[in-house]
Design a protein around this ligand. Structure first.
Ligand SMILES: Cc1cc2nc3c(=O)[nH]c(=O)nc-3n(C[C@H](O)[C@H](O)[C@H](O)COP(=O)(O)OP(=O)(O)OC[C@H]3O[C@@H](n4cnc5c(N)ncnc54)[C@H](O)[C@@H]3O)c2cc1C
Length: 416
């Protein structure tokens, strides 16, 4: 069923009786050409692009809970392509382009809102670093504008510009950046993949990977063994666990990252603002809540809830940037399991096991990467070789030293 204004009108006239479920709740079959483990944004996008771009439709996405129950449904919804290094920027700019056509392609309202992403700078040195980053973005075809303090004040006048420790000197603005409704992205990809014949199997946990003579043969699940020609792992924070099933140890640490929403208020922030003197980002949802977050909790964990010190740190940053936030009540808070890589950049690659593929290491940037991640992972699985865009995001870069250390923080996930 296609969604359109005509369909809305038709259903309005017949008491909304004609809507169909957006996707089938499929039962697993015995065998597939390709199995994707993980029903988050990346897994579902991969299945969709495998079917749409490569004609591989005998595909199952296996999800241990319900789709979108992981980080895809827990993030702060920011999308942008404002990276510095070539290994990242070209990839994330491709993602931005896919976001721009996503709703038409999926025939689904993912509430993609290009309301701009503004990164504040607070010193001359930081301005120079942002100027360099902006130049790099422009060289890759992305948009970037370096704003002085007055221009920032015109956009967001309520920030604490004269903060004694962190005066706001200006910002790097990417107007094409913004937000998208995270659940809708999951549902949109699920629906579109299902329309191509992909089986989306929920409540189906992968408990083992079967390898025969150096080649993947299938997956053991809580709903029985499923034979598979190819297997792609896209389980974000659970990646180390899956890799362990195949005898691999990944250059990944799992950490908790928290997100917060306030009570709903009238329109206040019509862009995304990030603090340059601490790790803090904020936007406003369409329901009116302010949505914000900060750093990971900084200890290894597979839990989906965070600790008080990280919470206090986020609130402190909020108050330093926008003192009026102190009058708001926080409504909800939650955590997600972050797959932090050792250079802060992702991995989309083959593995030493034939026909077993890996999609991991998304750190803070996995939501915005969803379209390009699925697109490149599908390419890599279909052709058994990386696309030009994900060729630098290879697994063996940690052995060979070809790191993509965007922040220059070295192998310390807590600093990325
Ligand atoms: C609080 C928070 C805020 C964030 N904010 C942003 C942001 O603003 N912008 C941005 O770009 N990124 C952000 N991110 C990062 C982004 O959400 C993730 O990088 C991205 O969602 C990861 O990819 P995914 O959607 O496929 O992961 P997930 O949604 O986590 O999908 C993985 C799925 O695998 C399933 N799974 C795990 N083990 C198994 C198994 N054994 N068998 C079957 N299924 C299994 C899980 O249940 C899960 O549903 C944020 C993350 C968090 C936690």
């Amino acid at each position: 069923m296609r969604y359109s204004w005509l369909a809305v009108l038709r259903e309005a006239l017949r008491n909304q009786s004609g809507w169909q479920p957006a996707w089938r709740d499929a039962a697993p079959r015995d065998a597939y050409d390709a199995v994707i483990v993980g029903g988050g944004g990346h897994g579902l996008a991969t299945a969709y692009y495998l079917a749409r771009e490569h004609g591989i439709t005998n595909v199952a996405v296996l999800e241990k809970g319900y789709i979108g129950s992981g980080n895809a449904g827990r993030n702060t919804t920011i999308i942008r392509s404002n990276y510095l290094l070539p290994g990242n920027e070209a990839f994330y700019e491709w993602s931005m382009k896919l976001w721009e056509g996503l709703e038409q392609n999926l025939n689904y309202n993912a509430m993609v809102s290009q309301r701009g992403v503004l990164n504040l700078y607070h010193s001359d040195a930081q301005r120079d670093a942002f100027a360099r980053r902006g130049n790099s973005m422009r060289l890759h075809g992305a948009d970037a504008e370096l704003l002085d303090a007055e221009a920032v004040r015109r956009m967001v006048p309520y920030l604490d510009f004269a903060n004694a420790r962190f005066p706001i000197r200006g910002g790097l603005l990417q107007r094409r950046g913004g937000t998208a409704r995270h659940d809708a992205v999951v549902w949109g990809y699920a629906r579109a993949a299902d329309q191509h014949g992909v089986d989306i199997v929920q409540n189906c946990e992968v408990t083992g990977l079967r390898i025969e003579r150096g080649r993947i043969a299938g997956v053991d699940t809580t709903r029985g063994f499923i034979r598979a020609g190819k297997v792609g792992i896209a389980v974000a924070g659970s990646s180390s666990r899956l890799a362990e099933m195949a005898g691999m140890r990944l250059p990944i640490e799992s950490h908790v990252l928290q997100a917060f929403v306030s009570e709903a208020v009238k329109p206040l922030i019509d862009t995304v603002v990030t603090f340059g003197a601490g790790h803090f980002y904020i936007s406003q949802s369409d329901k009116g809540s302010l949505v914000f977050g900060g750093d990971i909790d900084g200890y290894n964990s597979y839990a989906q809830r965070g600790s008080f010190p990280a919470m206090a740190d986020v609130m402190e940053s909020a108050m330093a940037l926008m003192p009026m936030l102190g009058r708001l009540r926080v409504l909800r808070q939650w955590g997600g399991i972050m797959d932090m890589s050792m250079d802060g950049s992702p991995i989309i690659d083959r593995t030493p096991i034939e026909n077993l593929y890996l999609n991991v290491g998304w750190c803070y940037g996995g939501f915005k990467a969803t379209p390009a991640s699925g697109w490149c992972f599908a390419w890599t699985m279909a052709k058994n070789e990386p696309h030009r865009l994900n060729a630098p995001l290879r697994l063996d870069r940690f052995r060979d030293g070809a790191m993509i250390d965007e922040k220059g923080a070295g192998p310390q996930p807590n600093l990325h």
